[in-house]
Design a protein. Structure first.
Lengths: 377, 309
């Protein structure tokens, strides 16, 4: 080829046309020969003309290298290497909870967060059983604004009340409210959103107008009014009134994802395979939304603790004798406290930060466990 | 014996618009298609994108609403109002996209076992046996059982799709462009093994494709669709050796030929067909831009030729 090219280039103008033709002819012959070669070269017998028949003796056997992505989680040790598997020698499937645990253990940050979170919650919930709220919130004028000392481990506030005791009970209250509100609002929001998104059409239209209605209500205002006029409320009713307004975000998020997912062919496939709507929603659609649901619920858990603290901070959550992390933070509105009595509000602030970070890290690991493609274990 | 009979199928979608969001017009995705598929044969439905092939297939599966016409399966009418005739274990579908048609969160065993769980009560061991048997049949290794779809190549995923479709021993399979998402070498594998399975199980197949070569390889009968209507229908022989409609001619001219010697001849042929197409195509459509009704020109061959006079 090179030679020919060189000759062509060197040839004088008059010869060029002729040599071009010649070259074309040669080229054609060479190509034909090559094709002839190809047809018989590899195995000595001519290849079939039809491209599709070329593989008709293909047995479709498993070729090595095709799938050597090993599934560590699913195969017990030793099985993967031992060639043929018969029905008695099959790998056991890994149950879902085990995958969760493996995933959390593999992610050191999540493991660390989980340990801290469990320690804090069990310490807080355990200790509240021995602490008496009444004695803690009793005003003691002889011990106001004391810095941390032997008697009061985290000092006292302007009413002489023990900050440590308030912190423990307050954390318990804040956590309980956060968790309760999250369970209620996210649970309802998911059910609402999935149904709305999956069935679509008129149902979706109507359900979303209800959501719109809830979203235009000024929910902080309504909670404040509720708190002001309600003679008594406890953790549960307070959570319920918060959850009644906080589910709309989850519902809208889940609906949009459900609409996206239901257009995919695997939902259609499930329909043609005879699965009922409920079965499709729970076994096909939901597992694909798990990631976003977990992220959403951990974020809203953190947010709900924040909202409760915020409400208490501005004075419309629980009263001072019913401590939460927010009421402790509210002491920082006093500039004297903010500047000179750090022991009153810093521990609460640190605890809020710590709890939210822990929840977030755990949620991240759970999200990965829900998605086989992102697992680290 | 005819297994699937589609009579004058129409699937129209409304176009809404204007101030009051009223129905302005209809998109006629499928507009009067009639197809008969005899038992044990393959019927190829070919056409360009948007010609209504997939819509026709989905209408048979009951995944679309149907504006008009009838679908009869084994003599039973499928699109009855009121109680639905449940033939989902007799009609199955292989989907076009092997990526989106398998749930990424499910293991192969759950994917393949889903139809069996829906229709037969079986113990865990029986189910396992059945799934393993299906995996063997489509040529997947047994340790694929607990893997997730993302651990497979496109061709292997399509095999999982096929295994799922044949799990209930259906009579009719609607294959919606089953190989168009695969690369050519894998296409041949999947097609060959689909043919094997069809032979073994005496399946009837409706093969939707836009690749005429694939259809020629797979199907005895072929229908060509254009804009929601059939323009030509006949045996593979009829269509390939005696195409009558200009649209069919153009499609067939577009099939690539690997023979180097015929490059010039093919090019010339394509040019003539193209000129003919450009000049005469409007003659093959009525005033509304739709294909004419089919007319028989031989026992098996029907073409949408313009009505004379």
């Amino acid at each position: 080829m090179d030679n020919k090219d060189n000759r062509g280039r060197m040839g004088r103008g008059r010869e060029e046309n002729r040599s071009e033709e010649e070259r074309n002819e040669q080229e054609r012959v060479r190509r034909r020969e090559q094709i002839g070669d190809r047809e018989t070269a590899s195995d000595g017998r001519p290849r079939a003309k039809d491209a599709f028949e070329a593989r008709s003796d293909d047995e479709h056997r498993y070729e090595k290298g095709d799938m050597d992505m090993s599934v560590k989680a699913d195969l017990p040790h030793g099985v993967a290497g031992h060639g043929a598997l018969d029905s008695k020698n099959l790998p056991k499937s890994t149950p879902g909870w085990k995958i969760l645990i493996q995933e959390v253990i593999a992610d050191k940050l999540a493991l660390f967060s989980l340990i801290i979170f469990v320690l804090i919650t069990s310490y807080v919930f355990g200790l509240t059983m021995f602490l008496d709220r009444q004695t803690i919130v009793t005003v003691d004028l002889f011990a106001i604004n004391q810095p941390p000392n032997e008697e009061f481990r985290l000092g006292t506030d302007y009413g002489g009340r023990d900050i440590f005791g308030q912190l423990i009970i307050g954390t318990r209250n804040s956590l309980a409210i956060g968790i309760l509100v999250t369970i209620m609002s996210v649970g309802f929001g998911i059910a609402y959103g999935v149904i709305s998104g999956y069935f679509g059409g008129q149902i979706d239209n109507m359900m979303m107008r209800v959501v719109d209605f809830f979203m235009v209500l000024p929910f902080l205002m309504i909670i404040i009014v509720f708190v002001t006029i309600s003679p008594s409320y406890d953790i549960f009713t307070f959570s319920l009134i918060m959850a009644a307004f906080l589910w709309t975000g989850t519902a809208r998020l889940v609906r949009s994802l459900a609409i996206q997912e239901k257009e995919l062919d695997y939902i259609n496939a499930s329909k043609t395979l005879g699965s009922s709507h409920m079965k499709i929603i729970f076994t096909q659609l939901m597992p694909n939304l798990v990631g976003i649901i977990i992220v959403n619920s951990t974020l809203s858990l953190a947010a709900n603790i924040g909202i409760e603290s915020g409400l208490s901070f501005i004075g419309f959550g629980f009263p001072e004798d019913y401590p939460s992390l927010g009421t402790l933070m509210a002491y920082a509105t006093n500039s004297q406290t903010l500047q000179h009595r750090w022991w009153i509000w810093v521990p609460a602030a640190v605890l809020i930060l710590l709890l939210m970070l822990c929840v977030r890290n755990i949620g991240e690991a759970l999200r990965r466990a829900g998605d086989a493609r992102q697992r680290q274990a | 014996m005819t297994l699937l009979e589609i009579k004058d199928l129409k699937v129209h979608y409304p176009i809404k618009g204007g101030f009051f969001n009223t129905v302005k017009d209809y998109v006629k995705a499928v507009d009067g298609v009639s197809i008969n598929i005899p038992e044990g044969t393959s019927y190829g439905l070919v056409g360009e994108s948007g010609s209504g092939k997939t819509t026709t297939g989905k209408a048979v599966m009951g995944l679309n609403h149907i504006t008009g016409g009838d679908i009869l399966f084994d003599g039973r009418k499928l699109n009855t109002s009121g109680r639905k005739v449940d033939v989902r274990d007799d009609i199955q579908m292989i989907f076009q996209d092997p990526y989106s048609s398998l749930n990424a969160r499910k293991r192969v065993i759950d994917i393949v076992a889903e139809p069996i769980r829906n229709y037969h009560k079986q113990s865990k061991n029986e189910l396992m046996e059945a799934v393993l048997d299906l995996l063997d049949r489509v040529g997947l290794p047994r340790d694929a059982l607990y893997k997730y779809p993302h651990e497979f190549s496109g061709g292997q995923r399509q095999r999982i799709g096929v295994a799922r479709a044949i799990a209930l021993n259906p009579k009719l399979i609607i294959a919606d462009e089953p190989v168009s998402a695969l690369d050519v070498s894998v296409q041949a594998q999947v097609l060959n093994f689909m043919q094997e399975i069809q032979r073994d199980m005496n399946l009837t197949m409706m093969f939707i494709a836009h690749d005429l070569g694939v259809v020629r390889h797979m199907c005895q009968h072929i229908g060509i669709m254009y804009q929601g209507r059939l323009v030509e229908e006949g045996t593979a022989e009829d269509i390939f050796s005696n195409p009558q409609h200009i649209y069919t001619k153009r499609l067939i001219a577009a099939i690539p030929d690997t023979n180097v010697d015929r490059i010039e001849r093919n090019l010339e042929m394509r040019q003539t067909v193209k000129t003919e197409y450009d000049q005469n195509f409007s003659d093959y459509l009525d005033d509304g831009g739709r294909a004419f009704p089919l007319q028989s020109i031989s026992e098996t061959h029907r073409v949408a030729l313009p009505v004379k006079g």
